[in-house]
Design a binder for this molecule. Structure first.
Ligand code: PNS
Length: 160
């Protein structure tokens, strides 16, 4: 059985924490779909297509396995995508109890909607404090984000 897992998120921009979790997921499941989803609750820094490109480049630079596809979804529920590609699992990275509280209702709703289970993975401790919102704020004020993001993202943000 080819077990497909979806790693969804805003990825605005992708961080070292995301790459950590994507790499761990790729070692557990047969196929990983990294899915960039617009989150209407957050004001965006990067266009969706740019986020996809930066994730692809970062995955390549990190030497992650080749069972990872990066794409985006904007036409409905996350579980609609899962059903379309026959993914049975959603993977989310968990940094703290705050993430557990935020993710648990979504995991239950996604299971109730379509029977898709959610698996929580822990990043390594050095990545546990990284968030895209922090990176957006530091980058927006001209600070150095290179400790928190892949080099492709740091270069892109510095150039912009
Ligand atoms: O990186 P984020 O912003 O925490 O990711 C949240 C995201 C995009 C994964 C979440 O908002 C989501 O799943 N949105 C898709 C819409 C949806 O399916 N909502 C109902 C179930 S939660």
């Amino acid at each position: 059985m080819n077990r497909i897992a979806v790693v969804p998120g805003s990825f605005d921009p992708v961080t070292l924490g995301h790459i950590d979790v994507i790499g761990r997921a790729a070692g557990i499941f047969d196929e990983i779909h990294v899915l960039v989803v617009h989150n209407p609750g957050k004001s965006a820094l990067l266009p969706i297509a740019q986020r996809v490109t930066l994730i692809e480049q970062s995955i390549k630079d990190a030497g992650l396995p080749t069972n990872i596809l990066v794409t985006s979804w904007s036409v409905g529920l996350l579980v609609d995508y899962c059903v379309e590609v026959e993914a049975s699992v959603i993977v989310k990275g968990i940094r703290s109890q705050i993430d557990v509280a935020y993710e648990t209702p979504m995991a239950i709703v996604n299971r109730n909607l379509a029977g898709v289970e959610t698996v929580f993975l822990l990043p390594s401790p050095e990545n546990a404090l990284v968030s895209s919102s922090l990176v957006r704020q530091v980058a927006g004020l001209g600070g150095d984000v290179s400790p928190y993001v892949p080099s492709a993202v740091a270069a892109f943000l510095q150039a912009g």
